[in-house]
Design a protein around this ligand. Sequence first.
Ligand code: AGP
Length: 607
Amino acid sequence: MCGIVGYTGKDDAVSVLTSGLKRLEYRGYDSSGIAVNNENKITMVKASGEINNLVEKLGEKTIVGCAGIGHTRWATHGAPTDINAHPHLSNSGRFAIVHNGIIENYIELKEELAGKGFNFESETDTEVVVHLLEYYYEGDVRKALMKTVSRLEGSYALGVVCSEFPKSVFAAKLGSPLIIGVGVGENFFASDVTALISKTKNIIYIEDGEFAEITPDEIDVFDCTGKSVKKSVSRVVWDIEAAEKGGYEHFMLKEIMEQPKALKSTIEPNIKDNKIHFEGLEPLGEKIKDINKIIITACGSAYHAGYVGKFVIEELCRISVEVDLASELRYRNPIIDEKTLVVVISQSGETADTIAAMKECKERGATVLSVVNVVGSTIAKLSDYVIYTWAGPEIAVATSKGYTTQLAVMNMLALWLGDHLNKIEETEYNELIEAIRSIPERAQRSLDLNAQMADFVKNYSHYDSVFYIGRNIDYAICMEGSLKLKEISYVHSEAYAAGELKHGTIALVDENSLVVAPCCQESLFDKMMSNIKEVKARGANVLAVALENNHKIYEEADNVISIPETHPMFVSVAEIIPLQLFSYYIAKEKGCNIDKPKNLAKSVTVE
Ligand code: AGP
């Protein structure tokens, strides 16, 4: 969703801002704009559609200036038009602002400001902010900004320029992502590290309720009373190459292929002396004996990873695990108390629904453990405990390595919990830890299928309805396989617990249906064979995913994707990879915009 970037230094602000915005494209957007401060005058250019439209418009003008702000907008309040695009300018032209988040009380504020004579141009919630700034301004931008945000309800990451301070850019954060990049003779802010990685690896993470005034040589972070806050500078561990395509046609394929490496980085540091050891989780290891229920909450693919987590944790720990969509959990009255462990899963660490669900759980006394990919993200900061997935930056909107590293953590967490609850015998533990260690290698072997997948999918690209059916972990994999297909190829698909089909949905199955059937749980194989027979009897074409030594599956399935022999409990990673590739090549066959599917945003920072 919306991305913001700010710059002040010695270079041409237009080119720094536009290249930063291009790196934020992956977040999802439908218009963009920049405002540059030059010799006490702000020049603003905005364009709907792709950033190239903005670049074209900019090419028609000469904009000189070394400080400015930029924005990619994902429309919420008002259509994606040039006028609704950010930045927004105050009536006097003194201030320009960019905003990520939602101002919930904008209607009242708009009425109030209109009553005071302010003229509104756009349909956005954001425009009230720039007029409030103007209203409160008495020569001190910091004071005006503090007064302005005290009137706002909702969430924001704000970037501000004021014509009277041509070297300064200002920022404020509450509930939406914002980081500061520290350079030499130049400084930056942005929604995330990807926008800045080509310029600096030195980052200051600012907290909710904090503000910043940034000049080329100074960064002053201050609180709502105006008092400076001491901040430390962190170093980003990944390189620019991680945020580039590196010869692949799409980020998604690159990220699919990076999975063995990402899995290794996520698994290896957490194994010491043949035991799972999560740094910083020792107090939770003690506390876990008092926990009587685990709730896993997340959205989208992260929720699907949580579903796999439920199966493995319940199996190994014999503790009840509920999996809740974060967007649902926050609007019911969940039974959560100090004896509940809430596991929050999020690649970005910024998903608004997940953050809200997590806050709800904390208020009810739960202990919160998060599984997050982005260091310093809101979810990581708000949790009692964090386990990082070390997938590196994920640019494609459809997650692949972000998801499989979450699966790896779910598997390790199950083992860690089972060990702390004394539920696992030593021999079994040793066998399971070996199985976890082998996940990256098994992932690599599943990826070997890539060579034939482009041709293979040609048999399937004509289907416009696909059912994914499975049981237990295989069912959780169906949910993710189905989501992957629909989000990037726009083919309608549904995931069903295989035994549930006959309770209604089988009415839709006929000779025009493709049924994808992962069957990697040996103990449930016969049941799956019956379900496959049922759909075949209705004329469906069945594509199974099975372990390589399973020959029986060929008796019923029309076609089989074989994956390497793996411990059934930890098969999820090897099992989803061919389905990621399947979706990728179907989408490619259909000519879809794979990295940036329509209507979707990478990081869903609004409700
Ligand atoms: C999956 O491909 C999607 N990008 C989406 O479902 C995503 O997993 C979901 O929005 C949650 O995001 P998060 O992991 O960043 O919280």
